[in-house]
Structure formats: C-alpha cells, structure tokens
Design a protein around this ligand. Structure first.
Ligand code: FE2
Ligand code: FE2
Length: 359
C-alpha cells in the first residue's frame, strides 16, 4: 500500500505535504501594504485599545511550553492509535503547522511593510502568537522524527496575492473557525478524557482563545471600515463563508478517523462548528449561511463525493484518470455554485462588536 501523495512516513513526506498547493490546502498570502496603511481604526478606538491591552498582557506567554511528562504521555498513548489514525494525526499536525506558520509569515510580512502604528502593533502580537503555535506543533512532529524546517517552508511555498479585504474576510473566518474547531474538540475530550490519544489536546482551550482574539482584531477592522460589509462586498463575504465551510467539510470527511477516535461523527462535528462560527460571525457579517437548509447539507455531501472521485482519478493517473479528475472537478464546481446561490439569512450588526470566547 503506497499512496505517495498522502502518506507521511518520513521528513520528506511531511515537508512535501507542507508545501503542496491544492485547492483545499492552507496557502501563504501577500497583500497590498499601501492599502493596509490606510486602514483607520478610530471608529472603534475604545474596543481596539482594550483588545491591544489584552495582547500586551499576554496571558498565554507561558502556555506553549511542554511539561516534563508531555513526550512520555505521547509515547504511552501511542498504542491507542491505529495506523490509520496515526496517519491522520500526522496529517493534522502538518496541515495545522502549515496554517499556523502561514499566519505567522503573513502577519510578519504586513508588520515589516506597513507604517500604520495600529496595524503594525497588532501584526506583531499576532505573529508572536502564531509563531508559538507553530513551534508547539513542530515539537510534536519532532517526537515522530518529522520536524519541519520552517525556514525552508517559507522559501519554497508559493505565495498568493490577496487584496486586503480578502485577507480580512478569509483570515477572520479562519481564526474564528479555528477557535470553534479546537473548543469543540476540547469540550468533547473534557467529557471523555479516556478518548484523548495525545497530550496536545489538553492545550487547546487556551490555544484557541488566542485564535478567538485574532478574529476579534479583524472584526474590529471590518466594523471600523463598514464599506467592507456592504454592497457588492456581501457577495465576497458569501463566497468566503461558503469556501471556508465547504473546505472544512471536505477535509474532515477525507480524514474521518481523527474525529471518530474522539467519539465525534465528522458531519455532526462540522455542523456544531458551523453553528458556533455562525453565532460568532454575527458580530461582523450582515449575512449568515443558512446551514439548516436541507440543500446545504445534501450539497456538502455531493461536494465531498465529487472531490473524492476527482482524487481517485488523480491517483489513477493516465488519460482516463485525468479525464475522471477533470469531470468530477467540474461537477464539484457546479455543486459549489448551486450552494452559493442558496438563500442566506440577514443579520443586524450589534452595537458592541467584541465577544467573549464562551463556548
Ligand atoms: Fe494560531
Ligand atoms: Fe490565529
């Protein structure tokens, strides 16, 4: 059994996985720094300053250090992992590391290239947090002898240019959905600690509070610049919401063992995460996806089928494989468009923007 493109058995596999670029992989971004410089947070100054004080207080400064037992606990629990689960866990570590590190690189790039003191300071704090998160994940990969050379990853990975507003929509969502995913897992393993197959999950609560706060920063930026939240931009918000939700659904169903080992059914887990994320995004987006619409769920399942079939074609290779891949990719795109056209819910934006991570 040799699936060279998906299986992680060596540092090279892990590194290749980390730099592979496909539709559903985390990417590295760069942006228009002059436009970033023009961002004005004066309309939300009081909430902004309170948030910056939290960053400065840095209540997680000592959180991302492994205690003496960590590696031993990881070794002891390793027997609970089937080979399939182990693969999915490694895949989880690598893709999480990539997205933490791509956040770190992006925030650092913006910090280095802007003069706007509010944005510069914010980016410095967020890069600090993401660098801790990435380092923490990398030390768990190193337990398996699979540590990733982050400097090399930064040099080899391709960069995608994104306008600042796309950065705001996409990054806001990925921070908030990151919070929702981690807190859902943390709560589950709090209830059923016997299902915790690796010590890293004990770190998730305070970890995801960092992500929650990162999301708050982008919420404030968007609310301070309300043109980002109306007119044609609503179509972009709709697009990013759907892209982020659909990507997550497909990825989670491609590796179901990870959630199943925690006693979570992938579809229910994903819908819980959608529900939490929908609640949170009420702070900033005037529209919400109708996740309870029957066609929403049915189309996500269809999208997963299309993606799996396209993958099968890719694995098979040859002319027929490529045709199969192409046909199912087109079918997948059509499903995505159908979902994009489903009715959305309107949302009245609250006067107080900030929220507490209370899930
Ligand atoms: Fe992070
Ligand atoms: Fe983050």
């Amino acid at each position: 059994m040799h699936h060279a493109t998906t299986e992680i058995n060596s540092v090279e596999d892990a590194a290749r996985k980390a730099i592979t670029d496909n539709l559903f992989a985390p990417r590295f971004y760069t942006t228009d720094f002059a436009a970033m410089d023009r961002i004005n947070v004066e309309p939300v100054r009081a909430e902004w300053d309170a948030m910056m004080a939290e960053y400065e207080g840095d209540n997680n400064h000592d959180h991302f250090q492994r205690d003496a037992n960590f590696a031993e606990e990881a070794r002891e629990l390793a027997h609970k992992m089937s080979p399939e689960l182990r693969q999915e866990f490694l895949d989880f570590l690598v893709s999480s590391l990539t997205s933490e590190f791509s956040g770190c690189v992006l925030y650092n790039e913006i910090k280095r290239n802007v003069d706007n003191p509010d944005i510069k300071q914010l980016m410095e704090y967020m890069a600090r947090d993401e660098s801790r998160h990435a380092g923490f994940l990398n030390s768990s990969l190193k337990d398996y002898g699979l540590g990733i050379d982050l400097g090399n990853l930064k040099r080899t990975k391709k960069y995608t240019f994104f306008k600042p507003k796309y950065i705001f929509y996409a990054t806001y969502l990925s921070e908030k959905i990151g919070y929702a995913r981690y807190i859902r897992i943390f709560r589950q393993l709090e209830r059923q600690p016997e299902l915790r197959f690796h010590p890293i999950f004990r770190w998730f609560q305070r970890w995801c509070n960092d992500e929650f706060r990162h999301g708050e920063s982008f919420a404030l930026i968007m609310r301070a610049n309300p043109h980002l939240l109306r007119g044609g931009n609503l179509l972009w918000i709709r697009f990013f919401l759907l892209a982020v939700y659909a990507t997550m659904f497909v990825r989670d169903h491609t590796r179901p063992a990870l959630k199943q080992a925690m006693g979570l059914a992938p579809t229910e887990y994903d819908f819980d995460v959608f529900r939490i994320t929908n609640e949170i995004t009420k702070q900033v987006f005037p529209i919400l996806l109708d996740i309870d619409h029957p066609a929403f769920r049915a189309n996500l399942e269809r999208l997963f089928t299309c993606t799996s079939k396209a993958d099968e074609g890719k694995q098979a290779g040859g002319l027929l494989g490529r045709l199969k891949q192409a046909a199912w990719s087109v079918a997948g795109a059509a499903v995505f468009v159908r979902m994009y056209l489903l009715p959305v819910k309107r949302n009245e934006l609250p006067a107080t923007i900030r929220m507490q991570p209370s899930w």
